[in-house]
Design a protein around this ligand. Structure first.
Ligand code: S3P
Length: 215
């Protein structure tokens, strides 16, 4: 068994569906115009996994933070420093609402985006949210490698991260779907996402077809 297979079998996530058997074209068709929206804490892999997921599904990948930076012509760190967090958050709401009109696509959101009730309801209307739930040690190891995140530029990034996770997890849990992983290869997480999406989309199709035939 390779490391990759071990990761897949131990992280299982959606053990019911063998990802190799999933009809990806049918999965994309079942999305309609909805975007797959990745949510979760900084460092959980929304962008890295999102790019690979988009590639596997033949969809476009969009990173909301990159689009915010493009719209403002400034980096996220510069927006925080020059205009403050509330300004960033209102820009984030507007940009995500606009991007959601362009599905289907894979959309990675910044770690704080799903905290906005307005954004959650936009996502529920135009997307399918997936929380990438990753343990503290894994995200901390990843965010330590980069110093671009303004919320962690303080003397106690670990304490900040613990508090952010505690505050946000109950909200991330409102996502339509959750995929849990540890520090496993990104392709294994992509497999879990595809299996989870297939179960959700195809079972729902089957349920609504059964309901229609009974009515
Ligand atoms: C933030 C996460 C960042 C970015 C900004 C604020 C947050 O995105 O939007 O620094 O509030 O958690 P990533 O989750 O992609 O790092």
């Amino acid at each position: 068994m390779t490391e990759y297979d071990k990761a897949r079998s131990s992280e299982g996530g959606s053990a019911e569906t063998d990802v190799k058997t999933v009809d990806l074209a049918r999965l994309v068709a079942a999305l309609g115009h909805r975007s797959i929206v990745l949510v979760g804490i900084m460092g959980c892999g929304k962008s890295t996994v999102g790019k690979r997921l988009a590639h596997r599904l033949g969809l476009e990948f969009i990173d909301a933070d990159t689009e915010i930076e493009r719209a403002a012509n400034m980096s996220v760190a510069e927006i925080f420093a020059e205009h403050g967090e509330p300004y960033f958050r209102s820009g984030e709401e507007r940009v995500i609402a606009r991007l959601l009109r362009e599905g289907p696509q894979v959309l990675a959101t910044g770690g704080g985006a799903f905290m906005s009730e307005a954004t959650r309801s936009e996502i529920a209307e135009h997307g399918l949210s997936i929380w990438l739930k990753v343990d503290f040690d894994t995200v901390m190891a990843r965010v330590r490698r980069r110093s671009t995140r303004p919320l962690l530029q303080n003397p106690d990034p670990e304490g900040t991260m613990r508090k952010l996770i505690a505050d946000r997890e109950p909200v991330y849990a409102k996502a339509a779907l959750t995929v849990t992983s540890r520090d496993v290869p990104h392709e294994a997480v992509v497999d879990q996402i595809i299996a989870t999406l297939a179960e959700h989309l195809f079972n729902r199709e089957a349920t609504s077809a059964a309901q229609t035939s009974m009515s």
